[in-house]
Design a protein around this ligand. Structure first.
Ligand code: G3H
Ligand code: 13P
Ligand code: NA
Ligand code: ZN
Length: 328
């Protein structure tokens, strides 16, 4: 059934695991996540970005997720809005029936300009007030996602800061985090530790200087009772890039967030791990391969099936790796 995000994250904290939050935009992605969770007994967070709501249309997003709840009544499920850029957008999602919303006040309402601390506190407080009144959960964000070597937000998908960021903006400050959590009373805090959205996160396998898992530990030590969220957490598996490029794709060399680094972060308070890109890579590789090998096929179901299966494999792997097996 649809349950409270807060309840789900509390359970994860009590039992020491993390939950992948998968971005969904269409039927096949919803099916992939649900069947993966069903096979391993995992709890599910389905999240829709503003872009997803625009792509599918709000009624479709809402009813796709309702359909998932109906088809899998035994799976605890949360419908979460990802990266709301204004309190109005969050209110819209709550009206639609989302049980959880992210107010990303780390950026201004344009979703591109880094904001001030006071602005962030103000908009996040507003959303906490409207959400808690109806029992909904709020995720906020402090710090800007960005590449610590280049200062780029990695916003090829349109979600992220524009222009260069400086080093300190891209690492959430533990003291500020404590003040932010106290002032806003939010339920979960997304932190910046060097990850960024999209496929091009790191130019090499990340080491501690460009992926600051140590910062997770410092933040957790300061606010041990706050659930932490990692964005930009796709692992960008090399084998998925290879399939894409083997069948006509042209992706450049790139590295994601290694699963073992996420596993380390889960030991220090990270409970929600956002993943979109890995599903995109898996589906694209599978479609390219299928159509290359079957140039005579034209029934969309025939190429959507392997895409859905490839997405499912990624989801299942993350559920197992983050400790979700049997927790649903
Ligand atoms: O926040 C980033 C997610 O990957 C969502 O991307 O806005 O293209 O749906 P999107
Ligand atoms: P990835 O691009 O690494 O999958 O991150 C997705 C995300 O953070 C959505 O909010
Ligand atoms: Na989010
Ligand atoms: Zn994100």
């Amino acid at each position: 059934p649809l349950i409270s995000m807060r309840e789900m994250l509390d359970h994860a904290a009590e039992n020491g695991y993390g939950i992948p939050a998968f971005n969904v935009n269409n039927l096949e992605q919803v099916q992939a996540v649900m069947s993966a969770a069903d096979e391993v007994g995992a709890p599910v967070i389905l999240q829709a970005s503003a872009g997803a709501r625009k792509y599918a249309g709000e009624p479709f997003i809402k009813h796709l997720i309702s359909a998932a709840a109906e088809m899998y009544p035994h799976i605890p499920l949360v419908m979460h809005q990802d990266h709301g850029t204004t309190p109005d957008i969050c209110q819209g999602a709550l009206n639609l029936g989302f049980g959880s919303v992210m107010m990303d006040g780390s950026l201004m309402g344009d979703g591109k300009t880094p904001s001030s601390f006071d602005y962030n506190v103000d908009v996040t407080q507003q959303v906490v007030a409207m959400a808690h009144k109806i029992g909904a959960t709020v995720e906020g964000e402090l710090g800007c996602l960005g590449n610590l070597e280049t200062g780029e937000a990695g916003e090829e998908d349109g979600v992220g800061a524009e222009g260069k960021l400086d080093h300190s903006q891209m690492l959430t400050d533990p003291e500020e985090a404590a003040v932010f959590v106290k002032a806003t009373q939010l339920d979960a805090l997304a932190i910046a530790i060097g990850t960024s959205h999209g496929a091009y996160k790191f130019s090499r396998k990340p080491t501690g200087d460009i992926l600051a898992i140590s910062r997770v530990k410092e933040i957790h030590a300061r606010i041990p009772n706050t659930h932490l969220v990692m964005h930009g957490s796709s692992s960008v598996p090399q084998e998925l890039l290879a399939i894409i490029n083997q069948y006509g794709g042209k992706m450049k060399e790139t590295y994601g967030v290694p699963v073992e680094e996420i596993q380390e972060a889960i030991k220090f308070g990270v409970r929600k791990i956002n993943i979109d890109t890995d599903i995109r890579l898996a589906m694209t590789g599978a479609v390219r391969k299928f159509l290359f090998e079957n140039p005579d096929k034209f029934d969309a179901r025939e190429w959507l099936k392997p895409a859905r299966e490839a997405a499912k494999l990624v989801c299942k792997a993350r559920y197992m790796e983050f400790g979700c097996e049997g927790q649903g």
